[in-house]
Design a protein around this ligand. Structure first.
Ligand SMILES: Cc1cc2nc3c(=O)[nH]c(=O)nc-3n(C[C@H](O)[C@H](O)[C@H](O)COP(=O)(O)OP(=O)(O)OC[C@H]3O[C@@H](n4cnc5c(N)ncnc54)[C@H](O)[C@@H]3O)c2cc1C
Length: 455
């Protein structure tokens, strides 16, 4: 943690009032930390960050860790508490951890690092002409540089009944509080979406004692991460635990219990599912409106360049609200790299963001899966793809590796996932694995030995 900077909040004589020699003498007598603060104070610019979620908070951590940060920082968040670890909302819902386990930094950390935190304070407008942000209370805060880190929200579907009580997203601590009490309204819950988030919500609610059906448009679960075989293994395991699935279909209406609360969900396949609670976890929509309304170039999200800069040179964006080369984001790994790049840029250094492969995992206890890259071998005649598979039914271990020209371009591991990070690294390194091809499915140890022998 960086040292406190309370010094900066004391009223000071402006430095321009001191002669150069006077200033040098004053500086010479001060310890290094104070010196750095004086240097900063001389060049103080104001950085305003909108959004105190995972991306905004990571950026602050990166800035605090740097010696060359010169800005005074104001952060606006529309949630009531300082940033928390959103990823851990899944184990929190499942009752596996307590709320204090998701805390990141308390308010003292912000104060100690010269960051003014405005919680429960949504920014409503960006006045680019005056370089000010306007909060919901009407307060205007000037900025020299502005960062948008407004994240995204669960996608809503304009279905009949979608405004009924009992229909929730799974995004915030508020959602978890509500879902934790859902059983008070009845035991049946329907989760719309069989992706990572939907399955984590479903398992969390099941662990809270509810009866769950997951509705998923794909014909198998996690169809963006898993091949059909691994998905069936996953489904079998979840069914053994008591979850139910409706696959290859979608919700067409939410039905009213007569008192403004959802009572059932109608599906396109003609089934009607009893539902005292519904969780919609079928995609996210970037919170890009603030940027769009301010006239920033937007596609699905706020468009940024490789320095995370928007179409306005003094405004940056990162995280799920941004779009880089038509890609939008839904996992933290690329966002961490964006935060590092942006922190460097804000401190006047050159750094460039590049998209890279990301691996995914499911946070459901007792289930291990690890996947990255392409799911299917190409059927183009000019492309040389190999698919290697391994299945041990007794232990429930399944592996599927896809190689292009002897380089790993995709993997699905279910059960024993210990080798996942090693496979991932080989893929990132684009390593020629022809010398360990016959040992590749058995993990890092055998494969590495073959590679070393061949070297
Ligand atoms: C339950 C759950 C589990 C997840 N698990 C994983 C995982 O295992 N691995 C993984 O990589 N990713 C996971 N994710 C995704 C990960 O949490 C997101 O990628 C990450 O939070 C994105 O960070 P962000 O800062 O862009 O958005 P957020 O974290 O959502 O932060 C944006 C913040 O900005 C605030 N905001 C929006 N508009 C305004 C405004 N106008 N004024 C002020 N504040 C505003 C929002 O309220 C929010 O607090 C999970 C997400 C959820 C919901």
């Amino acid at each position: 943690m960086a040292e406190p900077e309370n010094f900066l909040r004391q009223p000071q004589a402006p430095f321009s009032f001191l002669g150069q020699t006077g200033l040098r003498n004053r500086i010479a007598r001060r310890p290094m930390t104070e010196l750095r603060q004086i240097q900063r104070a001389q060049h103080r610019q104001r950085l305003v960050v909108i959004g105190n979620g995972m991306a905004g908070h990571r950026l602050l951590e990166q800035l605090v860790a740097r010696d060359d940060r010169s800005q005074e920082i104001h952060v606006f968040g529309d949630e009531p508490s300082p940033a928390y670890n959103r990823i851990m909302l899944s184990p929190l819902l499942a009752g596996e951890i307590t709320p204090d386990a998701i805390a990141l930094h308390d308010r003292d950390w912000y104060a100690a690092n010269d960051i003014t935190l405005h919680c429960d304070s949504p920014v409503m407008t960006i006045d680019r002409e005056r370089r000010e942000v306007v909060s919901a209370e009407g307060t205007r805060t000037p900025y020299d540089q502005l960062v948008l880190a407004t994240g995204s929200r669960p996608t809503k579907f304009p279905l009949p009944g979608s405004e009924l009580d009992g229909i929730h997203g799974f995004r915030t601590t508020h959602d978890v509080d509500t879902l934790t009490r859902a059983q008070e309204h009845g035991e049946h819950a329907v989760v719309i979406g069989g992706g990572l988030l939907g399955l984590e919500a479903a398992e969390g609610l099941r662990k809270r004692g509810m009866s769950i059906t997951v509705v998923h448009l794909g014909h198998h679960l996690l169809n963006r991460q898993l091949d059909e075989y691994a998905a069936r293994l996953l489904q079998q395991e979840l069914e053994t635990r008591g979850l139910h699935f409706e696959l290859g279909t979608l919700a067409t209406a939410f039905n009213d219990n007569g008192q403004g609360r959802v009572s059932s969900v109608t599906l396109k396949n003609g089934h009607t599912l009893k539902a005292d609670t519904v969780v919609v976890a079928a995609g996210i929509t970037p919170n890009a409106e603030l940027g769009r309304d301010a006239g920033l170039a937007c596609g699905r999200a706020i468009i940024v360049d490789d320095g995370m800069r928007t179409s306005d040179p003094s405004i940056y964006a990162l995280g799920e609200c941004c779009e880089f080369e038509t890609t939008t984001y839904g996992l933290v790994e690329p966002i961490w790299r964006q935060a590092e790049v942006l922190a460097a840029r804000l401190c006047g250094k050159d750094a460039r963001y590049r998209d890279a492969l990301t691996a995914t995992k499911l946070k459901v206890s007792g289930i291990n899966l690890y996947a990255f890259g392409v799911l299917d071998a190409s059927d183009e005649p000019a492309v040389h793809d190999d698919v290697l598979t391994y299945f041990d039914p007794e232990n429930g271990d399944y592996r599927r590796l896809i190689l292009r020209d002897n380089r790993l371009i995709g993997a699905v591991l279910y059960g024993d996932t210990a080798a996942g990070p090693w496979y991932f690294q080989q893929s990132l390194d684009s390593r020629d694995l022809s010398h360990c091809r016959d040992a590749l499915l058995f993990g890092a140890h055998d494969a590495t030995q073959r590679l070393e022998e061949a070297a």
